[in-house]
Each structure stands twice: as structure tokens, then as C-alpha cells.
Design a protein around this ligand. Structure first.
Ligand code: MBD
Ligand code: FE
Length: 263
């Protein structure tokens, strides 16, 4: 077999990180005196995860992503970022005003009007900012992931108007259980942990003059706000729902982006 140059090129970053990963894992095997039986269970569990569509990204997002978010977040005065999660789909439908997230004819759930603005850290309104939104249904299921939800459901992209405003209609996302039945859920149960994230709406907010923001919005009073299975909730991203009787539920959030020249 001929060995090409690329196969022999050392990647020093891989070397530095994987050496530590391996040291940790080997230390754990020694510390816990891992048996052949346990080693085989772990191998099968990983194999099973690899054979289940979204299971590996889901597992990594549940256990590791919040820390990756932490170490990459440099506070610039703008809205705090938050993990993307495993269920983002690029190129969601570009919506026309008035903005309504694509939904089924009688989409279950509490109707919600979400309004807000997009501004720069210097306070100026960002007209034409792109607001890319995705969320789970009232049953806690994401489109393009869960087979019973139509493609593109509760996903959409919209732009802000001349004064940086946007508003869209959707439903209130209730607390959400990560998909059950897979390797991630199996591990969480073995750990005695629940599978639930507080209700949340995902956002990617971008404008050519600013650094793009990936974040999530959560809701006050959500019973799982302090026990998110992903541990991703940040206080500044939790907002109130304003209920005007049965008629209407509203909330609002003003996103603040960091200009490129402030990076
Ligand atoms: C989700 O819906 C999510 O947003 C994250 C971060 C992890 C798993 C499922
Ligand atoms: Fe999510």
C-alpha cells in the first residue's frame, strides 16, 4: 500500500485534543475497572446510536454543546448566544408579511404573537435583518425530524422592516422531550435523568453589517426552566408571555447584534 503525503500529515490540534480525550478515557477504564461485559455494552450502544439518524448529533448536543457554547462566547454587549441544537434546517421558507410560521390547518397549541426588533449594539435599528426561526409543535415534535409533522412546519425566515421590527404568529412551544427510544434517551434514563427541555424557540438572526447570532428564547414560569436536560438556559433569554384572557398571547424580544467592526 502506498502512503500519500496527506495521510502522514500530523494535525497538531487533533493530536493535542485527542491525546487528552484518550488519557481521560483510559483513566476512567482503570478507575472503574471496566469489565469486558461493560466494554461490549458500550460498543453496542455506540453502534446503535450511529445507526439511528439523528442520534449522534442529539447525544453530543445534549451532553457537550452547552460547554462548547460557553468557551466560544465572548460577551460583546449584544444578545447572548445559545446552542443551535441538532434540528436546524437551512433554507426554511422565506415568508411574506404578515408573517405566520408555516403550520397545519388546525395546528394544535396556544396561538402566540411574537414581536421584536433587531438592533446593533450602538442602538441603531437594523432594517432588512434576517430572522430565521424554528421550533417544535405542541406535541414536542420538530418538522423534518419527526415523520408525522409535515416538512417545514413551524420553520420560517423573515426580514425586519425599516425600523428593525418583525412580528410573527406561531404557537407557544411547551416543554419538549428529546426523542425517546434512542441511545441518548436510554443513557439519560440509566443516569436517572429526565429527557426534557423547557419550551423554546430557536433563532438565527443575521445582518450583513453584524456578527450572526444563534440563540433560543425561553418562557418565564416554564416548569423545566431550571432543569433543562441540555443545561442551556440563560437568564437573559427568558421572557414573559402576556396573556389577554383567552383572546391573545403575546411576547416580545429585542435582539442586539455586534457590528463586524467591533469584533
Ligand atoms: C433540542 O430541541 C435542542 O434545542 C437542543 C439544544 C438539544 C436537543 C434537542
Ligand atoms: Fe430545540
Amino acid at each position: 500500500m502506498t502512503v500519500t503525503a496527506s495521510e502522514t500529515t500530523t494535525d497538531t490540534r487533533v493530536q493535542a485534543i485527542f491525546t487528552d480525550v484518550l488519557d481521560s478515557l483510559l483513566g476512567i477504564i482503570r478507575k472503574h475497572q471496566v469489565t469486558w461485559e461493560e466494554y461490549r455494552v458500550a460498543t453496542e450502544w455506540l453502534t446503535q446510536a450511529g445507526n439511528q439518524g439523528y442520534e449522534i448529533p442529539l447525544m453530543l448536543d445534549v451532553f457537550l454543546s452547552t460547554t462548547v457554547d460557553d468557551v466560544n462566547f465572548a460577551a460583546q454587549g449584544g444578545t447572548e448566544c445559545n446552542v443551535e441544537g441538532p434540528f436546524y434546517v437551512p433554507d426554511a421558507q422565506l415568508l411574506e408579511r404578515p408573517y405566520v410560521l408555516p403550520q397545519r390547518e388546525a395546528e394544535p397549541g396556544e396561538h402566540l404573537v411574537f414581536s421584536g426588533t433587531v438592533r446593533s449594539t450602538d442602538g441603531s435599528a437594523l432594517a432588512g435583518a434576517l430572522v430565521d426561526v424554528w421550533q417544535a409543535s405542541a406535541a414536542g415534535e420538530y418538522s423534518n425530524i419527526h415523520p408525522t409533522v409535515p416538512e417545514g412546519n413551524l420553520r420560517g425566515r423573515m426580514t425586519t422592516d425599516a425600523s428593525g421590527r418583525f412580528d410573527f404568529e406561531t404557537i407557544v412551544p411547551p416543554p419538549y422531550a428529546i426523542p425517546d427510544g434512542g441511545a441518548t434517551a436510554q443513557l439519560l434514563k440509566a443516569l436517572g435523568r429526565h429527557l426534557i427541555r423547557p419550551g423554546h424557540i430557536h433563532f438565527k438572526v443575521s445582518h450583513p453589517a453584524c456578527r450572526a447570532l444563534t440563540t433560543q428564547i425561553y418562557f418565564e414560569g416554564d416548569p423545566f426552566i431550571d432543569s433543562d436536560v441540555v443545561g442551556a438556559v440563560k437568564d437573559s433569554l427568558v421572557i414573559g408571555l402576556v396573556r389577554n384572557g383567552e383572546a391573545e398571547t403575546r411576547c416580545s424580544y429585542d435582539f442586539v447584534l455586534t457590528p463586524n467592526d467591533k469584533l
